[in-house]
Ligand binder design. Structure first.
Ligand code: NAD
Length: 477
């Protein structure tokens, strides 16, 4: 018997009438059975959340909520190994990666927003009118109410807590719909919430799929006050349409087709280390991953050769893709790349292990060269361990190519020339530009994308501004 994962509504685990399997991507085995929330259960979750906001949780002070967030972080850290094990069971990612990235960041998300909410200020103005009247204007930060949170499978707990933490810091209650591929850590977080003494109804989980299931029930729910979503661009469009008739704030962190720009004056070893991470971390399943690498012609061959060597060295330790379906998508791009005339420098297929992993969803890390900029493999998000590397001859050409995308999430620049770094960074059409690093995150900074990569910014004060309503008070003096 595999464990059963149920929804969590108003402080109680609730079984849905239909079940679906939670598959381990390493070998295709079923690790848990998930019960799907019905439309009625989503209604109940929203009501429970509304009740919590109207009740004790809605009356908490900032100090109390900040303390509660630290207790949630404590509860995650107390069950660190269990969180790692569940995240690994769902995603197949290496234990080392979940231990270094996913679970520590989840705890950090709660700690940082506990600090941010305690130190956040609001605007105030001393107003002087031409007729001599004067007033004091100041803003009061209020919760929005019930926030719907819909998240993807690539960094399940990290991306979920990135939204839950600031939403709770601002005094909201949440209904979360984790990805159907990775339901476990959101469920385990319900236990951590209990341990931390979070009142019933503040944190609710509804399991299920997107269309015709919990995702759609939540995004079209008239009693949800705001929706924050991370996932594919076309899902964002569907959620926007579903939410339109009951106008509400939306925050979208969507897909990317991110560029890395490598200048000949870069620190070669640092750049190869950085690119290996930027292309292959989490098997390329990070929205910030670089799928387009532009290299100054003088070092082009050298970079392609070194990154190929690195890809081949890390191949045995790379985790699987999330699902059979996603593997088919990535492999279809590997085939398409050949049809489009790419030179496959390394990879391009499925590794054979001779053990249970042959039933899993692995692909080879892959480097492509030789494609025109118009190729679909250069334009579309693949979301796998793959990049296309192309040469450039001038800074202007590199900038133009990097920016020639409908997406605009992240970019990285690799150079030892400080003036060039600032000059090029300022011209990148992206939400974040890294210089000589990648995925180095300060959680207080604005995070989000332009174009098809999203709407709005989260992080630090930007999150507080999304998850709260500012009420201006004008007092005549
Ligand atoms: P997805 O859009 O398929 O699914 C995300 C979530 O949306 C899941 O919980 C899913 O059940 C739900 N969903 C699907 N259809 C829905 C609908 N019609 N209504 C309501 N909910 C619906 O994304 P994914 O495949 O899980 O994740 C990969 C994608 O996420 C990639 O495009 C990646 O770039 C993007 N992503 C972006 C960021 C970022 O910060 N910008 C971070 C991580 C991942």
């Amino acid at each position: 018997m595999v464990p059963q994962l149920d929804s969590f509504i108003g402080g109680r685990f609730r079984r849905g009438p239909r079940a679906f399997p939670d598959i381990h991507p390493v070998d295709g085995s079923t690790v848990a059975c998930v019960t799907e929330a019905t439309a009625d259960m989503v209604d109940e979750a929203v009501s429970a959340a509304r009740g919590a906001v109207a009740g004790d949780w809605g009356r908490t002070t900032v100090r109390e909520r900040a303390a509660a967030l630290h207790r949630i972080a404590d509860a995650i850290e107390a069950r660190f190994d269990e969180f790692v094990a569940r995240e690994v069971a769902d995603t197949g990612k290496p234990v080392a990666l979940a231990s270094r990235l996913d679970v520590p960041r989840a705890a950090a998300n709660f700690r940082i927003f506990a600090d941010v909410i305690k130190t956040a200020c609001v605007e105030s103005f001393h107003t002087e009118m031409p007729d001599g009247r004067a007033a004091l204007n100041y803003a009061v930060r209020k919760p929005l109410g019930v926030v719907g949170i819909i998240t993807p499978w690539n960094l399940p707990l990290l991306l979920l807590t990135w939204k839950v933490a600031p939403a709770l810091a601002c005094g909201n209650a949440v209904v979360v719909k984790p990805s159907e591929e990775t339901p476990w850590t959101a469920t385990l977080l319900a236990d951590a919430m209990r341990t931390a003494g979070i009142p019933d109804g503040v944190y609710n989980v509804v399991h299920g799929f997107g269309p015709g299931s919990a995702g759609e029930f939540l995004s079209s729910h008239p009693e949800i006050d705001a929706i924050t979503f991370t996932g594919e661009t076309r899902t964002g469009a569907a959620i926007m349409a579903a939410a339109a008739s009951t106008v509400k704030p939306l925050s979208f962190e969507l897909g990317g087709k991110n560029a890395a720009v490598v200048f000949a004056d870069c620190d070669f070893d640092e750049t190869i280390d950085g690119l290996a991470d930027a292309v292959f971390l989490n098997t390329g399943q990070v929205c910030l991953c670089a799928e387009r690498v532009y290299v100054e012609r003088a070092v082009f061959e050298h970079i392609v050769g070194a990154l190929k060597e690195r890809a081949e060295a890390l191949a045995p330790n790379l985790g699987p893709l999330i699902s059979a379906q996603h593997r088919e998508k990535v492999l279809s791009y590997y085939r398409l790349a050949r049809e489009e005339g790419a030179c496959v420098e390394t990879g391009g297929g499925v590794p054979q292990f001779g053990d249970r992993r042959d039933n899993g969803f692995f692909v080879e890390p892959t480097i492509l060269t030789g494609l025109p900029e118009s190729a679909r493999c250069v334009k579309e998000e693949i979301f796998g361990p793959v990049c296309h590397i192309a040469p450039f001859d001038s800074e202007d050409e590199a900038i133009a190519k990097a920016n020639d995308t409908l997406y605009g999430l992240a970019a990285s620049i690799w150079t030892s020339d400080l003036k060039r770094a600032h000059r090029v960074a300022a011209q990148m059409r992206a939400g974040i530009t890294w210089v000589n690093c990648w995925f180095l995150r300060d959680l207080r900074t604005p995070f989000g994308g332009v174009g098809l990569s999203g709407i709005g910014r989260e992080g630090g004060l930007h999150s507080l501004n999304f998850y709260s309503a500012l009420n201006n008070v004008c007092v005549k003096l």
